[in-house]
Design a protein around this ligand. Structure first.
Ligand SMILES: Nc1ncnc2c1ncn2[C@@H]1O[C@H](COP(=O)(O)OP(=O)(O)OP(=O)(O)O)[C@@H](O)[C@H]1O
Ligand SMILES: [Mg+2]
Length: 249
């Protein structure tokens, strides 16, 4: 069953102050099925974050359409049961991570007792129990990233969209995020994310798309990559080798 679908999406952004427009996404079509862990990789500026923003309806496409669970991206229904981690999470600096989670609970109508229990649970999952009552202004980059991930996971979403979830994390933090993605996947969550850490992507994804200059240049799976192991460059992982092949042409 299709959970996220992009059909023939085109997106233009203004280029400087000239009034000219630059094509950012070209005829972008793909489907994320229920239970997939779908990873998008690609060079800086390829259009990964723009694609996620279109699915979330933060940005509107010039052509084509995106939908979640059969509902158009712009409908409120499509945003229910959705968790999102932005590329540069900006939490309120004077609030604590617990304040943020309790705010999310109030917007969802969750009773306070349940909200407190869930906050304890999710802060333990992202290894922030010790920082539950510290203002965000005193968080390191990695702590902020994990705090924002707690916010994305707090309401137990059925669909998770994560823009570079391993960014800024040390090896332990990266492993923690990998474990969280795997566990969410096992519980049936559908996950779409983009990342530059190709070794992580090939370890956890069921589907992988390589994006370049606004195109989806190739699709692959871990199974296909395993079969390519013999042709991969010895110093590289199969995905790193395939990525270079696709991007360098
Ligand atoms: N608001 C905007 N206005 C104009 N151009 C934009 C805007 N947002 C993004 N772009 C341009 O769109 C292109 C794609 O950007 P996007 O952020 O989607 O890339 P990305 O693949 O996520 O890159 P990165 O790996 O660096 O995060 C880039 O050329 C960028 O400069
Ligand atoms: Mg990006």
């Amino acid at each position: 069953m299709s959970i996220i679908s992009c059909e023939n999406i085109e997106k233009y952004y203004p280029e400087g102050f000239s009034g000219r427009k630059k094509k950012i996404l070209t005829d972008l079509s793909f489907t994320v099925r229920q239970g997939d862990v779908f990873g998008i990789v690609g060079p800086n500026g390829a259009g990964k974050s723009t694609t996620l923003k279109i699915i979330l309806d933060f940005v509107r496409p010039d052509k084509g359409k995106a939908s979640i669970s059969g509902h158009p991206a712009r409908s409120h229904t499509s945003h229910r049961h959705l968790g999102f981690l932005p590329e540069n999470p900006s939490l309120y600096r004077h609030l604590t991570v617990t304040d943020h989670l309790l705010f999310a609970a109030r917007t969802a109508g969750m009773p306070r007792g349940e909200a407190m229990r869930r906050a304890d649970e999710i802060l333990c999952t992202v290894d922030l129990s010790h920082a539950a009552h510290i203002p965000i202004s005193r968080f390191s980059k990695g702590m902020t990233q994990r705090g924002a991930l707690a916010y994305a996971l707090f309401l137990k979403p059925e669909v998770l969209i994560l823009d570079e979830p391993m960014s800024g994390l040390d090896p332990l933090g990266r492993q923690l995020v990998i474990d969280i993605i795997r566990e969410s996947h096992q519980k049936g969550t559908t996950i779409l994310f983009c990342s530059h850490i190709l070794t992580d992507v090939e370890r956890i994804c069921t589907q992988i798309a390589i994006m370049d200059k606004g195109w989806l240049a190739a699709f692959t799976t871990p199974q296909e990559l395993q079969q390519r192991k013999d042709v991969a460059k010895p110093e590289m992982s199969p995905l790193e080798s395939f990525f270079l092949e696709v991007i360098a042409g």
